[in-house]
Design a protein around this ligand. Sequence first.
Ligand code: GLN
Length: 512
Amino acid sequence: MNHEQKNLFGHPVGLYICFFTEMWERFSFYGMKALLIFYLTKYHFFSDNEGNHLVGSYAALVYAMPVIGGMLADKYLGFRKAVTFGAILLVLGHLGMAYEGHQAYMENDTIIRDESALQVFYFSLALIIMGVGFLKPNISTIVGALYEEGDPRRDSGFTIFYMGINLGSALATIICGYLGENYGWKYGFGAAGIGMIGGLITFLWGQKFLMGKAEPSNPAVLKEKIGGIVPREWLIYFGGIVGVFIAWQMVQYHVVVGYTLTTISIAAAVFLAWFLIAKCNPIERARMGVLIVLIIFTVIFWALFEQAYTSMNLFADRIIDRSINLSFISVKEIPASAFLSLNAIFIIIFAPILAWFWVKLGKLNPNVPIKFAFGIILAGLGFGMLVLGIKFADDAGKVAMIWLVGAYLLHTFGELCLSPVGLSAVTKLSVQSIVGVMMGAWFLATAGSEYIAALLANIASVETIEGEVADSSVALANYNELFSLLLWMGLGFGLLLAAISPILKKYMHGIK
Ligand code: GLN
């Protein structure tokens, strides 16, 4: 039978292939990310600052690389080949993470770490960075390519795909978090690697259902021999592997990552300024200007939201009372990383409800800048929950878990107001010839925010001895200081955006 005609539950079968590939990819990505800060601080005895910096550098590079992966797929590789290459790098990276070496220990006053195991670890991170760069933007583009222009099923197709992302994330944070925290890091990381093997197999098996929509635009260019010897396709893969070695070094130098991000951002800004002046008519210029302002505001949102993987994760571990004692159920302790799965679970529950709600509001449906403002305010209010929780801490300095659950709930509502809405805004407000660049700019903003998130998280850093907090009252005071700042940042920037939203709305020239 011709695969082109195949539909399942009203959508092309290819959508489900993308769904499951991305579900496994996010399973490995979030499963590993949930464990990362604990692995660094508890196993290798990194200080809070060093741990935050490493998570920040890694996450920043992960989100900067899709700009390049997307461009290469657009111009040469096509999306199917790019996703396959990315998936192979990811399998290798996640399996490499399962090698943990020996636990750090103290000799007199010096921390002795397994430096060679750490190098294997950094190399594995680099494989993941390049793997995500090739896979993440392109699997999303394939989803879009499965639908003809104007196909009314496109939005619901993306909603289903977004659920796949979060299903992977929810399962991973529970399974990998549990294995890693209770049985040993290598089991958690290893489970992430096995998940990614599932993703690779799904994609290799299912690529026949992509209806030829993810093929290279010009196969002849790809086969062309450079210097008469090596086909361009192989040269690109070789470039990807060279990129792994560069990322291997970069991830170890937080400052270098900062400079690189700044350089890429300046280059993007210069290009866009030129494009706006030289290539746009006044209406396009106005819409692009609005999009750029919105993208800049996402840096604030993600810088707050991404605390989940550093300060909020450590807060859950050190400060939250994670024991459950009810008459019918008594769980010793919920692993700290399990709280991260709340975000994904809340998305799975509320994404369809919110999508329905926006449609239901009809004329009252708020415009994109207002939704963004809500998103940023909600991120701030999430930290308000934690500040309140700290005020009600018990005598032992422990905070009830309901406050953290509330924080994640508000953060999730914020994400739903900003993230899916933003992706769609990129495709609507951008001049079509550079929509890929603008999507790259969207992820680049996340990259920048990951870097800033790590610096902010440092405000709550505390002294640790062999991975344990030295003075818990100092810890509580530091978390209070950080979360109060983030509350006011969210409120301040959110209200600022709301205040300028009428101007932005005007310059969107009728686009909703
Ligand atoms: N949580 C979403 C994902 O993993 C969005 C991430 C982002 O754009 N910063 O795809």
